[in-house]
Design a protein. Structure first.
Length: 322
């Protein structure tokens, strides 16, 4: 009897945990898609595969074909939460060695990201991540950089401005059509997609196939061509949430602290800039110091003001002469 009570207690704990999270993952594609459509936190990923691989050429700063070949997988993901939405692209490369063997590990490179975050003031914080090619010494390197801005809710959601929110949100909403397609064949789904070894498989007239499986809480749809080669995949995830990287948050802080000042004068290699009626000194320890070498009295200077521990402001960075 004690053993039975313990078992029931474990099952009850599991049931409560499922309820507190997103509900237990549906076991069938039809039910999974319905749950995915209804949930507020979710993601959709498209994956494309290629038998070609490129590497970054440090001498030219351009991509070039891998010496011994390899494969590339590009994942594009849309994540939508209640107050956030994110588009991200990741390139995953596996290179072969001179003997034609695959690498043990993949090279995973975040290529792009765009985040829309509705803040408590009703404005959108917009974060963007890009890879930049910069020269360091006698070689080129790729560096990821976050930038951030802030916009009104009306501007972002209206679709009249090129922020992308309207487009990406519409793409997520259009996936309801997939739910409707599944619902239409709910009664005979397993007739059209017979289950084999944990996967639901449909074979088309040209011998290409589509397989569907629910694995580790995800629904994965693989598209296989007539030569039995995986050409693309789709991945649906229930309960996926957006995490804003520290680099993105730092970029927003920098944006909010950026303002315009007026160049006043230069004395003994120290520049003086007036911002909101206060005058600040810029010496060679301030980032962007060299930008001011061509400045003239009255020029508008974009700078970043920061507050120190004692509440006093100083110029942390000089961005541009406007």
């Amino acid at each position: 009897m004690k053993k039975l009570k313990l078992t029931l207690a474990v099952l009850l704990t599991f049931a409560i945990t499922c309820a507190l999270l997103i509900g237990c993952t549906p076991g069938k594609p039809v039910d999974y898609m319905t749950k995915w459509t209804e949930t507020k936190n979710k993601s959709y990923t498209e994956v494309y595969y290629s038998d070609e691989a490129q590497v970054f050429d440090e001498t030219t700063g351009e991509p070039k074909p891998a010496e011994f070949g390899g494969t590339t997988k590009v994942e594009t993901t849309l994540i939508k939460n209640e107050s956030k939405m994110m588009l991200k692209m990741v390139s995953i490369t596996n290179l072969k060695d001179k003997n034609g063997k695959d690498s043990i590990t993949d090279d995973i490179k975040p290529a792009y990201a765009l985040i829309f975050e509705l803040n408590k003031e009703g404005k959108y914080n917009l974060y963007e991540y890009k890879l930049e090619v910069v020269k360091e010494g006698d070689k080129f390197v790729e560096k990821g950089k976050w930038t951030a801005t802030q916009e009104t809710k009306e501007n972002v959601e209206s679709g009249n401005y090129d922020f992308g929110y309207y487009t990406y949100s519409a793409l997520i909403d259009q996936l309801k059509d997939c739910d409707e397609e599944f619902a239409e064949m709910k009664e005979d789904f397993e007739t059209k997609y017979p289950k084999e070894k944990g996967k639901y498989i449909h074979t088309f007239e040209d011998s290409s196939k589509q397989t569907i499986q629910i694995k580790s809480g995800e629904m994965i749809i693989d598209n296989i061509d007539k030569d039995e080669k995986l050409s693309s995949s789709e991945r649906f995830v229930i309960g996926d949430k957006i995490t804003i990287a520290s680099g993105a948050k730092d970029a927003l802080t920098a944006y909010l602290e950026t303002t315009d000042g007026t160049f006043v004068k230069v004395e003994s290699d120290v520049y003086y800039i007036s911002v909101n009626g206060a005058e600040y000194k810029v010496n060679n320890k301030v980032a962007g110091y060299d930008i001011l070498k061509d400045a003239k009295a009255g020029d508008v200077i974009s700078v970043r003001l920061t507050k120190n521990f004692f509440g006093k402001y100083s110029i942390k960075e000089v961005y541009a002469i406007k």
